[in-house]
Every structure is written in C-alpha cells, then in structure tokens.
Design a protein around this ligand. Sequence first.
Ligand code: UDP
Length: 195
Amino acid sequence: TQKIKIMGILLDRVDYDRALQKIERFLETGGPGVIVTPNAEIIMAARKNEKLKEAVNGADLCFPDGIGVVLAARIIGKSLYGRTAGFDLMTQMLDMAARRNLSVFLLGGKPGVAEEAAGSIKVKFPGIKIAGTHHGYFDENGEGQIIDMINKSGAHILLVAMGAPKQEIFMIKNRNKLHCSIAMGVGGSLDVLAG
Ligand code: UDP
C-alpha cells in the first residue's frame, strides 16, 4: 500500500477493513508481521529517539493511532483515511483469532495484569485460545527465555504491551527469533482489558 511520511515516520494509508486484511495476510505468509500503531506523542518521541524511529519504521505495518496524527497529516497536505486506534484494531484481531481458532500470547503489563486481561478476553471472545501470558518487566538478559516461552506456546499472535519505545524495539530486535505470525504493540491495552 501507499505509505505516507509524517515527521519521519512512515504510516500506512488504510481504513480499518484494509488494515485487518493486511494483518490477516501474515497468517498465510508466516511472519512475524510486526505491527505498530504510533500516536502523535510517540511520533514526537521518535524525533529524539533514533532507536524508536528505526523500530517504528522497521515495522511491516504502521497505523496512525489518534486523531492528532490524522490532523497533522492534513495540515501538511497529506491525507490518511482516519485514525485506526490500536485498541480497536487489537479488539478486531482478537475477534478474528476467536473465529479462526488462533492462539494469542499476552506479553506485558505489571505482574498479574496479562493474566487478568486473559480472563476478560476469554469472556469477551468465547472460543479464543490464550497460549500464554507474561509480565513486561524483564531486562535484556531475560529476553531469550521469554522468546522461548512464546515460541513453545505455539501462539499465532503475540500482543506486546510494554509501552513505547520498549515494545517496538523488542519486536524489531527479536522478529527473526519469533515463530508467531503476527506481533503487535498494544501499549496500555492489557491494563484496559484487565479493568
Ligand atoms: N510496561 C511494561 N514493561 C515496562 C514498562 C511498561 O510491561 O518495562 C507496561 C506498563 O505496565 C503498561 C504499558 O506497558 O501496562 C505501558 O502503558 P502506557 O500507557 O505507558 O503505553 P502507551 O499505550 O502510552 O504506549
């Protein structure tokens, strides 16, 4: 698809349906397809953080989260279709996972949050398989063990909820080691689901 550049960040110009179609394609091609949904704050942060910028621009799909990004695009004469909120995209992905019998691994949040989020996901999306959960507070030495755990779980979809820039850098750095088809950064979404 067409990508447009806003303050150095490449964004996919799609609506929700196209976004989901593109995400689903990684299930056929294998992956992992890395998906990020930066908001205006993260795009600003990327100007000062080269690692974050590289990670965001290294993602396979990058959707604008928040009307701020859409308005910024309009001001510089480029148009995005609209916001594709990360939380809504994640919700649609969970719905798809339940329909297609795919399993999901939840990584991130404080200890206990991913487990609570898993409970609420199972209620909201009957039939969904939660492959595993892990909190998001580990250092680089612990990364290998976490990757092993995710791979052994057989998860098709990995949701990484460690906030920016940690989640974006984690996904890009480890994309060649991950066996899942889709890895998506979802920020504080597990906190929201955990309630
Ligand atoms: N988090 C984490 N590991 C870290 C730092 C943060 O798992 O080392 C989690 C934190 O518990 C929260 C989420 O990442 O659940 C970040 O939420 P925030 O609202 O800051 O992210 P945003 O949605 O703004 O990117």
